[in-house]
Design a protein around this ligand. Structure first.
Ligand SMILES: [Ca+2]
Ligand SMILES: [Ca+2]
Length: 291
């Protein structure tokens, strides 16, 4: 059984600078009627299993968060502290699966793992691939010839780390849900870039909620217009049909990675970060597609 969780606000949880957060302090699962423990993990802050993929501004895992060092100015300190990264990744999370299993965890709710700008992962750059700082450094560079056609998509080294993690989690009896933004992409995403440079000739020209082409390209975003998240164009009760097809293909890719019709090798559910603003028809079709 697959599940789509609509969540109205998880940003407060994700912005916590802590290693991990237990959902509801051990609340029993109720959404599916099964017994079990759901456990929320902010992957970049849970466990660093591979220092080779650390982002450049990563600090040592055991460093003291409150140590100001030379920064006596509180504003400068918090600005620097906000930019700190700790290098948590999928290898680290996988190494802790036995521990999570001993806790009785049956479902992991992961913070966004797809290629994204920033630390938290809601500025989605490319949902076709896993973020390299969570898998294998620079692995996205090995990908060539990919378009919006799913037949051109391949798996990067980081993607394969995630698929290995899924196998290992399932072998421990743990389901994996992933969170993401569905109704838009980062301006600097591969889709946003393609529209920006190709304008009306882009394959995604109709996907994006463009407010004007001339004299200056403008788009509707999560912050009105011109923000960092480029919104997919609304169409009837959903999103633009091309954008919906792309998103359905993304869901299929991660729920059945080897495309053999058996979903046991894929993710078990999704958390929809942007449920509050997602068109209801799209949410309904997305849920049906997952089943
Ligand atoms: Ca790391
Ligand atoms: Ca499969």
């Amino acid at each position: 059984m697959f599940s789509l969780i609509r969540t109205l606000s998880v940003s407060a949880v994700c912005s916590l600078a802590v290693a991990s957060t237990a959902l509801g302090d051990g609340a029993r699962v109720s959404a599916t009627g099964e017994g079990g423990w759901w456990y929320r993990v902010h992957v970049p802050r849970f466990c660093n299993g591979n220092e080779q993929n650390d982002p450049p501004n990563a600090v040592h895992w055991s460093s003291q968060w409150e140590d100001r060092g030379a920064d006596t100015d509180a504003y400068l300190f918090f600005r620097e502290a906000d930019d700190r990264r700790y290098g948590g990744d999928l290898q680290g999370l996988q190494s802790r699966l036995p521990y999570l299993s001993r806790l009785g965890v049956t479902t992991l709710l992961l913070s966004p793992v797809f290629s994204a700008s920033g630390d938290i992962g809601y500025m989605v750059v490319d949902m076709r691939h896993i973020k390299d700082t969570l898998g294998v450094a620079q692995s996205a560079k090995d990908l060539t010839g990919e378009t919006h056609n799913p037949s051109t998509w391949s798996f990067s080294a980081s993607d394969r780390v995630f698929l290995g993690f899924l196998r290992e989690a399932h072998s421990h009896g743990i389901r994996v849900f992933v969170e993401t933004l569905f109704t838009g992409v980062a301006k600097e995403s591969w889709i946003g870039d393609h529209v920006l440079y190709n304008q009306k000739a882009s394959f995604a020209a109709e996907w994006i909620d463009v407010t004007q082409w001339e004299p200056r390209f403008g788009w509707r975003s999560d912050k009105g217009s011109g923000g960092r998240v480029v919104r997919f164009r609304r169409h009837l009760d959903g999103l633009d049909p091309g954008a919906e097809s792309y998103l359905f293909a993304i869901v299929q890719r991660w729920m059945d990675p080897n495309a053999d019709g058996d979903p046991s090798d894929g993710v078990d559910g999704w958390i929809m970060f942007d449920a509050a603003t997602a068109p209801t028809g799209f949410v309904r079709r997305l849920g049906n597609h997952m089943r």
